[in-house]
Design a protein. Structure first.
Length: 255
């Protein structure tokens, strides 16, 4: 697992405070796709449990896995009592116990590509559902976005996570749907978007940026400087586009 993947633990409390949660519409979308009640789920890279809460509060028995101890400790403060927590990277979750749903909330890109889908299939019941949902939190005003890009440029070219398989942003099917379509383990691949609009104070938006891996790996003095420069060009309140792209697929029988 990369250094960027394990950089979040130092910011667990900020991650909990500044990262947005997930709407019930997402749970409804997953269960509609499953076409039957989802009783058991495994979450990959659960972070502080934003998605864990959504599914657990709807009655799903969730096993939340997370490799970072600080993130897992923060998660345990916020999730319902019935959630089982396991400190483990996805690759270290042993096959054997199988779930009706395995899902990843903005965490799948940290998993190892060479074993991703065969291991995913080993954790799912035949016909079980895999779900991945993620999306950047972006400034809605192009002029403000350009000002932030200019302020950030001396320190960081981009703060985005590139597509793991190189799929261009405008392609009709985004990653991981592209990989799922090629996988012998999965079928019925679907991609949907849940539109989400947020409003934050400038300081909270900078707080959100402080949880983004591209900034977290910068030396602390550089982080402070880039956040100061960004804060100076932001209005007091910012409008954000935070759409969630959802990928769903069904595990095949043994290929």
């Amino acid at each position: 697992m990369s250094g960027r993947a394990l950089s979040f633990g130092v910011m667990a409390e900020a991650f909990e405070r500044f990262r947005p949660g997930y709407p019930v519409e997402l749970f409804d979308m997953v269960t509609a796709y499953a076409a039957q009640p989802v009783r058991t789920a495994l979450e990959i890279g659960a972070g502080t449990g934003k998605a864990t809460r959504l599914f657990a509060q709807q009655g799903v028995t969730v096993t939340a896995t997370e490799p970072d101890g600080a993130m897992l400790a923060e998660l345990r403060k916020h999730v319902p009592a019935g959630v089982r927590t396991v400190r483990a990277a996805f690759e270290d979750v042993p096959p054997g116990e199988r779930y009706e749903l395995v899902y990843a909330a903005a965490a799948l890109h940290w998993t190892a590509p060479e074993s991703r889908w065969s291991h995913m299939a080993s954790l799912l019941e035949p016909g079980g559902v895999f779900a991945s949902f993620a999306g950047p939190v972006q400034l809605a005003d192009p002029a403000v976005e350009e000002a932030v890009r200019t302020a950030r440029a001396p320190f960081l070219d981009s703060d985005e996570v590139p597509s793991p398989d190189g799929t261009p942003p405008g392609h009709h099917l985004q990653w991981p749907g592209t990989e799922l379509q090629r996988s012998e383990w999965f079928t019925d691949v679907q991609q949907s978007v849940i539109e989400r609009h947020l409003t934050m104070s400038a300081r909270d938006f900078v707080g959100h940026l402080s949880t983004v891996s591209a900034y977290l790996v910068l030396p602390a003095p550089v982080q402070e400087q880039v956040f100061s420069e960004i804060l100076q060009v932001l209005p007091g309140t910012v409008e954000l586009a935070a759409d969630i792209t959802v990928h769903l697929a069904r595990r095949c029988d043994e290929p």
